[in-house]
Design a protein around this ligand. Structure first.
Ligand code: ACO
Length: 328
């Protein structure tokens, strides 16, 4: 297919009803609303109830994106679900979502790239669309992180929340859509954010569960520096590839990891506060779901207009990072 880009044709998001506030956490661990607000920027996060699972919210977000893109699920030929909290090990959450949506003509799979999963998905969908291998891609970021959070560990339990976001992508004329996309990883940082138990290395047993080896462990202050550096560098890379500068960016939507990371990256790039979107106060860090939720909130609020230049950047466990620049 000659001279097409991949454009976003519709977006959606969904999250659980349950809300966990800083006041709730004050009763569970030695923390305070003041510390969380100042050091992370979070006031509340969504928390799934028992019986709620990842694909439940993924499907709701996807249905919204499908409706807004005015397509039929049978048109979807590629379905990528970014998640580190799948419904189950086998089959992929992507396949479970496919069945629920009736997207029976799609190739479905999961992407495990933590908080960068959605940008990994956009990058793969972009390549498939530009090469003509896909004409209609559904990319989802969906997580129930709170099931893997140790609510006795104050360094992680204040951060993570649940939710899902989705986007439908299809071919658009070459001046629009994804202008540049880049993804990177460095496995040497693996133990800065990881879940040691539950896989083949430390198979799940009553003992691994009792000792909480399936919970996320994080060296937050080490990750912080790598996150700021990597998100800034990859943002500069995609801007340069597209032949534009940070001054041209209409809206910067970073992964919502920590308000101080967002502020540091925006400041290094020279993007002023008015052009940065943040919802971390309301959602916390929802890993792969954070960028598509934020993107859909911006669309719903009318913050993105045709022709706007939108910069997305992420950093997550792995370590993984990514940057995507879109002409809306
Ligand atoms: N309440 C009160 N005090 C706390 C809390 C808390 N919830 N958590 C930590 N502290 C304390 C620590 O014990 C420490 O105390 P000490 O000085 O007496 O030892 C002090 O606060 C400072 O701890 P730091 O870990 O240095 O705090 P920091 O300012 O770095 O904030 C945080 C921690 C929020 C985790 C931050 O480092 C961060 O956001 N890191 C990046 C996270 C990230 O980007 N992760 C990757 C993406 S997420 C993904 O991939 C799923």
């Amino acid at each position: 297919m000659a001279n097409v880009n991949a454009g976003v044709l519709g977006t959606g998001h969904a999250y659980p009803e349950g809300i966990l506030t800083n006041a709730d956490l004050e009763k569970m661990v030695d923390t305070s609303d003041e510390w969380i607000t100042k050091r992370v920027g979070i006031k509340q996060r969504r928390k799934a109830a028992p019986g709620e699972y990842t694909s439940l919210f993924a499907v709701r977000a996807a249905r919204q994106a499908i409706e807004r893109a005015r397509i039929d699920p049978s048109e979807i030929d590629l379905l990528l679900c970014a998640t580190v909290t799948p419904d189950q090990i086998l089959p992929s959450t992507g396949c479970l979502i496919q069945a629920e949506l009736g997207a029976n003509n799609a190739a479905a799979m999961d992407i495990v790239a933590a908080c960068s999963g959605f940008l990994y998905g956009l990058t793969l969908a972009d390549t498939m669309i530009r090469t003509g291998q896909s004409r209609c891609a559904l990319v989802i970021g969906a997580e129930i992180l709170t099931q893997y959070v140790d609510y006795t560990d104050r360094s992680t339990c204040v951060i993570f929340g649940d939710g899902a976001g989705a986007a439908i992508l299809g071919p658009v004329e070459a001046e629009r859509g994804i202008l540049a996309a880049r993804i990177k990883s460095d496995g040497r940082f693996a133990e800065q954010l990881y879940s040691p138990g539950g896989g083949t290395r430390v198979p799940p047993t009553a003992e691994t569960i009792a000792t909480g080896q399936h919970f996320f462990k994080m060296k937050g202050n080490e990750l912080f520096k790598v996150a700021v550096r990597s998100m800034t560098e990859i943002s500069r890379d995609v801007l340069e590839e597209a032949g534009v500068t940070a001054d041209d960016v209409s809206l910067f939507i970073p992964h919502q990891a920590n308000q101080r990371i967002t502020d540091a990256v925006a400041s290094k790039l020279g993007v002023d506060d008015a052009r940065v979107y943040s919802n971390i106060a309301m959602h916390g860090n929802t890993s792969s779901a954070s960028i598509p939720i934020a993107l859909d909130e911006c669309v719903e609020a009318g913050r993105i207009k045709p022709n706007d230049l939108v910069l997305l950047a992420s950093f997550g466990g792995g370590a993984t990072w990514g940057g995507v620049l879109l002409r809306w």
